[in-house]
Design a protein around this ligand. Structure first.
Ligand code: XMP
Length: 518
């Protein structure tokens, strides 16, 4: 299997020292229109030199530089002449590895802190106010700068909260400029990238589309044919649209109605792709088959397996209708790809393979979104002219409503959930919150409770509303929906959906919960 993705000429490498910081930094770099990739910290200087990065950004991380086994950079990297910005742990590492001192503080700094400029802010902070509020999260702090460096900022518990050596194009900040709570954070990154490291702000969605189209044409060749499974989510939709732009009619999309889709979804997919976009579409209605195989299955993993394996069967059959397709399009995103630090194959979270298709399907993979974050995928979709309902469609799991029905999945339980889910969606959209909330849906629990409606005692199942905010689905928080909105959803669900007599709101963040219930 092979995959071709467009790699822009200019790349900034974000060196990952752990925790969640690297992804956010990489996104902020891209917001400066500079392409970035994340690499593991144990990459050697030689490997980094091969990638010819325009700059390096060292991320924060959870360790102290003084702890045995704490991650280090290959010291030769500092001699490559590549501009470097260290953030938090990254800044401490610059100080520690180049001969400065990192002290163990009596007190750390967590949350909002005041950064005060020293030496007029040097080149990094030159254009910023004398003092500004930054977001800190550290215990250790730099106390002495290495030879040739100057301190350009300080904060109450960090004698050296920012340092630089412009002659060697090395800079370090103790705070987290990538976090929105840091004032002027994006300006600090832009200053480093564009003014000090000389990067060109050429990475735009239009350039992504041009480069991807060229890479797809290159991979598929002038005659090659491709198929793409549309899952109902935004990723496969945008991947399909990109490939369609590149190879037109030589792409056929396959849409399998598993019976586990949201209400109205199958029609919408057919409408948007076949009728509006003119994409060739094989539409397979396999609902009965899925229900038959799900009969009596309640254990979550078993359910996922049944749905996954039936999907493969149906997909294989549909694929026979598409002659000579050697390429399979998948909507794998950058967060699903964990670069291992060596140049070995990237790992993909298994559940993110569309429909969980196995390796032994004899296809070459086309993964045009492999370098993109979710918000960038939406921007590409909008740039390609896809309708808003698709571009802003919320993520939807491959196994569909199957993982939102606790207990047995039957046409009846699916119908209850579809009706409740449609109300949740309508009301969130009606309140204009669909872009603020990452995912919003209903879950059907496998319990019954007593209620009273009119004069009748009821004994029925509850619907749980789940709505979360998130940037990337790796972490999430429950959305603080207005009470009036929750009230309206609750009233409508109980009045309009047979079989439901109670509504609850899930107030669990991720971690410890997951976004889905199964
Ligand atoms: P969890 O529940 O793990 O979900 O917090 C994280 C994100 O992944 C989606 N999800 C899936 N997507 N196949 C998919 O393509 C799956 O099996 C699957 N399970 C969860 C989920 O909706 C959320 O956006």
């Amino acid at each position: 299997m092979s995959t071709a993705v467009a790699h822009p000429d200019q790349v900034v490498l974000v060196v990952d020292f752990g925790a969640q910081y690297a992804q956010l930094i990489a996104r902020r770099v891209r917001e400066c229109n500079v392409y970035s990739e994340i690499i593991h910290h144990d990459l050697s200087a030689a490997k980094i030199a091969e990638k010819k990065p325009a700059a390096l950004i060292l991320s924060g991380g959870p360790m102290s530089v003084h702890v045995e086994g704490a991650p280090r950079l290959d010291p030769e990297i500092f001699n490559l002449g590549i501009p470097i910005l260290g953030i938090c742990y990254g800044a401490q590492l610059i100080a520690h590895q180049l001969g400065g001192t990192v002290g163990r503080n009596e007190r750390g700094e967590y949350g909002r802190t005041t950064m005060s400029k020293l030496a007029d802010g040097g080149s990094l902070f030159a254009e910023l106010p004398e003092e500004f509020t930054v977001w800190m999260s550290h215990f250790d702090a730099v106390t002495d700068v290495p030879d040739g460096f100057v301190a350009v900022g300080t904060s109450p518990n960090s004698p050296v909260a920012a340092l630089e050596c412009p002659e060697r194009a090395m800079y370090g900040v103790q705070h987290h400029p990538e976090v929105k709570h840091s004032e002027h954070g994006q300006e600090v990154l832009r200053r480093f990238l564009l003014d000090l490291a000389g990067c060109e702000p050429t990475w735009t969605m239009a350039s992504v589309i041009d480069e991807s189209v060229a890479a797809i044409r290159d991979q598929v060749g002038p005659e090659g044919r491709a198929i793409c499974g549309l899952s109902g989510g935004v990723d496969s939709a945008v991947a399909a649209a990109l490939v369609h732009k590149a190879i037109g009619d030589r792409l056929t999309c396959v849409y399998v109605n598993t019976g586990l889709m949201r209400a109205g979804e199958s029609d919408q997919v057919v409408d948007s792709f076949e009728r509006s976009q003119g994409v060739r579409l094989v539409h397979v209605d396999a609902a009965d088959r899925f229900f038959k195989h799900l009969d009596g299955v309640t254990e979550p993993e078993a359910k996922r397996k049944v749905i996954g394996s039936q999907f493969i069967r149906v997909f294989e059959q549909a694929q026979l209708e598409v002659e000579d397709a050697h390429f399979l399009v998948q909507g794998t995103l950058y967060p699903d790809v964990i670069e291992s630090g060596s140049d070995t194959a990237a790992k993909i979270k298994s559940h993110h393979n569309v429909g969980g298709l196995p390796d032994d399907l004899e296809f070459d993979l086309v993964e045009p979104l492999r370098n993109l974050f979710k918000d960038e995928v939406r921007a590409v979709g909008a740039e390609l002219g896809l309708p808003e309902e698709i571009v802003w469609r919320q993520p939807f799991p491959g196994p569909g409503l199957g993982v939102r029905i606790i207990g047995e999945v039957t046409p009846q339980t699916v119908s209850i959930l579809q009706n409740a889910d449609a109300i949740v969606r309508e009301e969130i959209i009606g309140a204009g919150l669909e872009r603020e909330v990452w995912q919003y849906f209903a879950v059907l629990a496998d319990i019954r409770s007593v209620g009273v409606m009119g004069d009748e005692r009821t004994y029925a199942r509850p619907i749980i509303i789940r709505a979360v905010t998130s940037d990337d689905a790796m972490t999430a928080d429950w959305a603080r929906l207005p009470y009036e909105l929750l009230e309206k959803m609750s009233n409508r669900i109980i009045n309009e959906v047979d079989g439901v007599n109670r509504v609850a709101y899930d107030i669990t963040s991720k971690p410890p919960g997951t976004i889905e219930w199964e």
